[in-house]
Design a protein around this ligand. Structure first.
Ligand SMILES: Cc1cc2nc3c(=O)[nH]c(=O)nc-3n(C[C@H](O)[C@H](O)[C@H](O)COP(=O)(O)O)c2cc1C
Length: 245
């Protein structure tokens, strides 16, 4: 079994760094091999643009979907994208580790999705959702917040996690991944607003790290998040039955 961790935090010594290292160790302990792509360390360029493509389908106008498909078909994808796809293909489990920045993932991770989920190769009109390329591969979003747990929920100050994680988790589902429940580390308040004293913060974050390691140690108990799929839509893509929420 192999796990690939995509780490989207600028400082490896941060709490996000500790979660990535904790995940790696827990997975090694239960017999996984692991790879980590620390996007800041490797200098991943998250901006999809013409200069990434040396052999263009159209040298005049840049259409990302067309150039991705062309590069896939001709074996001319950028080397960092090719390498990442190889890691993803090898993985039975993919973890996205990031801090919540403006109610979503940092730009570097959004751009990783823009560039690595290659049109015409990793997804096509027929190869998506439950017929997606990565069906059978599990994915987990592990996210840290500055605000405390009590501040989150529909209408609450921090926002609603189902809404904030929907774009990233639904995109994973689009690519065919089985998305397991997210692991949310609340109230990581090192340098932002403070809601508790140092001792209690430290203790809580240590406990949280253990909870993350326990989650990964018992992955078989985790049920994927239910998302709608082809059988739930009519020919126009409309929901046949009204969703629960
Ligand atoms: C640009 C930026 C935006 C942020 N936006 C949010 C936010 O929307 N909600 C929140 O709870 N915390 C927010 N934070 C706080 C971070 O989530 C928090 O600092 C991080 O999770 C702590 O983990 P770390 O110590 O590993 O960096 C933001 C921080 C930055 C730098």
């Amino acid at each position: 079994m192999h796990a690939h961790i995509v780490h989207a935090h600028p400082d490896p010594s941060s709490y996000n760094g500790a979660l990535t290292q904790g995940a790696r160790q827990s997975l090694l302990d239960i017999g996984y091999s692991t790879t980590v792509n620390d996007l800041y360390r490797t200098g991943f360029d998250p901006v999809e643009r013409a200069t990434h493509y040396r052999d263009r389908a159209d040298a005049e106008a840049f259409a990302a979907l067309r150039e991705q498909r062309h590069a896939w078909e001709n074996g001319t994808l950028p080397s960092e994208v090719k390498a990442e796809i190889e890691h993803l293909k090898r993985a039975n489990l993919v973890i996205l580790q990031f801090p919540l920045w403006w109610h979503g993932p940092p730009a570097i991770l959004k751009g990783w999705m823009d560039r690595v989920f290659v049109n015409g190769g990793l997804y096509t009109s027929r190869k998506r959702y439950d017929t997606g390329h990565f069906r059978g591969t599990r994915a987990i979003v592990s996210v840290t917040t500055g605000a405390p747990e009590r501040a989150f929920g529909l209408g609450s100050r921090g926002g609603d996690f189902q809404t904030m994680l929907w774009p990233i988790q639904y995109s994973l589902h689009y690519m065919g991944f089985s998305v397991l429940p997210p692991f949310i580390s609340f109230g990581v308040q090192g340098h932002g607003y403070r809601y508790e004293d140092d001792a209690s913060l430290h203790k809580r974050l240590e406990r949280n790290l253990s909870a993350w390691r326990s989650y990964l140690g018992a992955l078989d108990a985790a049920e994927p998040i239910p998302f709608p799929s082809w059988g739930d839509w009519d020919d126009d893509g409309r929901a046949i039955a009204a969703p629960d929420r």
